[in-house]
Design a protein around this ligand. Structure first.
Ligand code: HEM
Length: 492
């Protein structure tokens, strides 16, 4: 009986207890739900999004103004809105981070938060192919970059200087003693030859005839605004040419790789580095990955280096005294009789190096680096929402009033003096920063310094009737408009 009573009592107590707990839970959940909603609403009200530049043109937004003069557009926006602002173009919202401090967000971020594949792979995967660069998870691409970096070593650079000098002398034979020619076109053609020779090896270089050059041009046509805006399956003639060129170039590379593997010959070059390389888990690279990396190596340096070399030529042609000092430096460092170039002397051509550095400041070939915000990001106290394309512009950072003295002057000596920009980590970023930083910087310096050493020894350069090329903003990399230069063989 006692037990029964006890049981009933306990049962009642249990029931009461359960009801109390249930009621309390319902109350807590309800209060929780409403307070969460209230909190979220007030949090949303508290979130400060970057200032938005309004536009009255639906969908296109600021595309026309930006396309006409992107740097002017960004500089005006910086003046009006500060270092972080957003605007819309062709249905996409872009948030720019201008200046060294704001740019820190991009360079310190994780790829999972600010993602490169989301913005670049549509352009690069059809050109480089699957399994490399932005087609693979970033940790794999980082391993591929590490492998490529081991191939870009000093022993190889020493060979490259000789190869590039020989290619330059051979190529410019067609220019004769004097004339007026398209410098950008010449340097673009030369750089395919030098890059193929140095980065692909002698077998692939020896197959580089007009037909193969056309394949590279068709493949390169894949880097277009159309490819960036339209889905890759759209039957545009340029897309079809790109895809056909991709298949044919890969077939050429497969044959060379197979021949190298079968010959048992171990050459000392970058192709061999790739053939011998393994990922961290011990897996070797497949032929397809090697071929994709070879395409990537060539194209990553092609426009960047040819545009930079061409602009450098015009800066030197515009300032005859500087050009003469660069020539005098050749004699002072290498010897009065100007013997063939070598890697150690090239390193000591400091004035030439500063000219290149200054060219990369005023005309950095990559005008904007982009990432997709996959998680909300904070910069300058603003919250950048998921889905914004987050951008940093080397061109704008390289000429901000607050950072650079006489910002628009081409002055290679600024790096010798007290240079305020040196104190700001991301004021000078022609090669990017962080996990996506360029691996080709040293090769680019060697290539461009060797080409210009050779050219300065051959010719004196002048602007044609004082014309310094304006900037062509219609191409993805800002090239010189009407890049004709006047040249005359130098008397030794
Ligand atoms: C003047 C010459 C060059 C300039 C100005 C340049 C500039 C850049 C910049 C700004 C980036 C960063 C892109 C980003 O963060 O979105 C980059 C990345 C890269 N560059 Fe270069 N580059 C040059 C030459 C080269 C050459 C010659 C090679 C190869 C030999 C090369 C290979 C790469 C690679 C593999 C990346 C890594 C991309 C990533 O990790 O996302 N570049 N380059």
């Amino acid at each position: 009986m006692t037990t029964k009573l006890f049981g009933v009592t306990v049962g009642k107590m249990n029931e009461n207890f359960t009801s109390v707990v249930l009621a309390a839970s319902v109350f807590t959940l309800t209060v929780g739900y409403f307070s969460k909603r209230l909190l979220k609403e007030s949090a949303d009200r508290d979130v400060k999004y970057p200032p938005y530049i309004p536009s009255s043109i639906p969908f296109l937004g600021h595309a026309i103004a930006f396309g006409k003069s992107p740097i002017e557009f960004l500089e005006n926006a910086y003046e009006k809105y500060g270092p972080v602002f957003s605007f819309t173009m062709v249905g996409k919202t872009f948030t720019y981070l201008l200046g060294s401090e704001a740019a820190t967000l991009m360079f310190n971020s994780k790829n999972e938060d600010l993602n490169a594949e989301d913005v670049y792979s549509k352009l690069t995967t059809p050109v480089f192919g699957k399994g490399v660069a932005y087609d693979v998870p970033n940790p794999i691409f980082l391993e591929q970059k590490k492998i490529l970096k081991t191939g870009l070593n000093i022993a190889h650079f020493k060979q490259h200087v000789k190869l590039i000098e020989a290619e330059t002398i051979e190529y410019f034979k067609r220019w004769g003693d004097s004339g007026e020619r398209d410098l950008f076109e010449a340097l673009s053609e030369l750089i395919i030859l030098t890059a193929s020779n140095c980065l692909h090896g002698k077998e692939i270089r020896s197959m580089l005839n007009e037909q193969v050059a056309q394949l590279y041009a068709d493949l390169d046509g894949g880097f277009s605004h159309a490819a960036w805006l339209l889905p890759t399956w759209v039957p545009l003639p340029s897309f079809r040419k790109r895809d056909k060129a991709h298949r044919e170039i890969k077939n050429i590379f497969y044959k060379v790789i197979e021949k190298r593997r079968k010959s048992g010959e171990t050459a000392d070059d970058i192709l061999q580095t790739l053939i011998d390389a393994t990922y961290k888990d011990g897996r070797p690279l497949t032929d397809d990955e090697i071929a994709g990396m070879l395409i990537g190596l060539l194209l990553a340096g092609q426009h960047t280096s040819s545009t930079t070399s061409a602009w450098m030529g015009f800066f030197l042609a515009r300032d005859k005294a500087l050009q003469d000092r660069c020539y005098a430096e050749q004699k002072a460092v290498c010897g009065q009789d100007l013997p063939p170039l070598d890697f150690d002397q090239l390193k000591d051509l400091n004035l030439l190096e500063r000219c290149l550095k200054e060219t990369l400041r005023l005309r950095p070939p990559i005008m904007t680096m982009m990432r997709m915000a996959r998680t909300p990001q904070t910069a300058a106290g603003y919250t950048i929402p998921v889905g914004h394309q987050v951008c940093v512009s080397p061109t704008v950072n390289h000429r901000l009033h607050d950072t650079w003295v006489e910002r628009m002057e081409f002055n290679p000596e600024r790096y010798l003096n007290d240079n305020p920009a040196a104190g700001e980590k991301f004021a000078y970023i022609p090669f990017g920063g962080g996990r996506h930083r360029c691996i080709g910087e040293n090769f680019a310096y060697i290539q461009i310094k060797t080409i210009w050493s050779t050219l300065l020894r051959m010719y004196e350069f002048h602007l044609v009737d004082g014309y310094f090329p304006t900037i062509n903003y219609t191409t993805m990399i800002h090239t010189p408009h009407n890049p004709i230069i006047r040249y005359k063989r130098r008397k030794q």
